[in-house]
Write a protein that binds this ligand. Structure first.
Ligand code: UDP
Length: 328
């Protein structure tokens, strides 16, 4: 199968490209390299382009004629979206709209998109099911929800088949060390904890210890990036076979606090984490844990990395590689 991957030079995108290529698919990456890395485009052709550039995107879809599209290209940081909402609406909403318009005009085909647990905001129930009413509490989450609304309208009007995969917290790295998380600046918890043990003078900031949780820090559901990668391939297959559009959670179903991440990193690395307690980060919900029954039932998805130790171990190996190779 031919698959066009927007944002294939990024974290989850590059792992998905590897998974797709390893399973016999022809991959074309479309990425503007604003946050992605050319070095991580190792599985398939590369086209440099922005999803908001409608004519370029249309030309690529026309030329490649993919059987399906996986759309990762988006801005991903909750904190940044609070400070600079305009760029989030521009990139995530307008960019996604351009993809849908190109597919409408060039011929609809299955579209799998990066959704987010951020659409749930402060859910009443935890673990969260897809039936929970989405009520995002930050601009990032709102852009992801608007994208899903647009997809529903395009499905109705133009028969565009879609699946939105609502990720909880992507973590870890390719166990073969060929790709991994590489953001500059880094805002995510696990790579920041690893940097605090790997780099002298780097102290982790813990954003809030006064949440009403078991130890006062926020709780998240960490899911291995390779498990996310396989879910995208399964979602594409599902759409090709069943043609039924829907939103699906992807998580491990285990709630882990910031302090538990710190102690697991200490266990895995054998080093002490230096941290300071700071104010809460705006836009952070206290707890997000997935109910992923739907992914298991509908997609036959089975996450392979269930323990946080195994997830952190792959992230630690990648962090060392990035540091030693001076890939930064
Ligand atoms: N966090 C933290 N220090 C950091 C980065 C994150 O204390 O340097 C906290 C953050 O406030 C949240 C959790 O770790 O409670 C997970 O944040 P992350 O940015 O990794 O993912 P998010 O859940 O925002 O998508």
């Amino acid at each position: 199968m031919k698959v066009l991957v927007t944002g294939g030079a990024g974290y989850i995108g590059s792992h998905t490209c590897k998974y797709l290529a390893r399973n016999g698919n022809e991959v074309t990456v479309y990425d503007n390299l604003s946050t992605g890395h050319k070095e991580l485009v190792r599985w398939g052709d590369f086209v440099h382009g922005d999803i908001r550039d409608e004519s370029r995107l249309r030309a690529v879809i026309h030329r490649v004629n993919p059987d399906g599209i996986i759309h990762f290209a988006s801005s991903i940081s909750v904190g940044e979206s609070v400070v600079d909402p305009g760029s989030y609406y521009e990139n995530n909403v307008l960019g996604s709209l351009r993809i849908m318009q190109c597919l409408r005009d060039e011929g609809v085909r299955p579209l799998v998109v990066s959704g987010s647990a951020a659409v749930y905001g402060l859910p009443d129930n935890c673990p969260v099911c897809e039936t929970e009413k989405p009520m995002p509490i930050n601009p990032y989450g709102r852009t992801k929800l608007i994208m899903e609304w647009m997809l529903k309208d395009f499905a109705k009007a133009h028969a565009l088949p879609w699946v939105a995969l609502r990720y909880f917290n992507a973590a870890g790295a390719d166990p073969e060390g060929e790709t991994g998380e590489w953001h500059e600046p880094e805002t995510h918890l696990i790579p920041n904890v690893l940097r605090s043990v790997a780099e002298d003078g780097n102290t982790l900031k813990v954003f809030g210890t006064d949440y009403k949780t078991k130890d006062g820090t926020c709780i998240r559901d960490y899911v291995h990036v390779c498990d996310l990668a396989s879910a995208h391939a399964l979602a594409l297959e599902y759409l090709l076979n069943k043609n039924k559009s829907t939103s699906i959670n992807l998580g491990n179903g285990k709630g882990i606090s910031v302090k538990e991440i710190i102690s697991t990193v200490e266990k895995v690395t054998g080093k002490r984490v230096k941290f300071e307690v700071c104010d809460r980060r705006p836009g952070d919900p206290k707890e997000l844990v997935a109910d992923s029954k739907k992914a298991r039932q509908l997609l036959n998805w089975e996450p392979r990395y269930e323990s946080i130790e195994s997830i952190i171990k792959t992230a630690w190996d990648w962090n060392n590689k990035l540091k030693n190779k001076a890939m930064k």
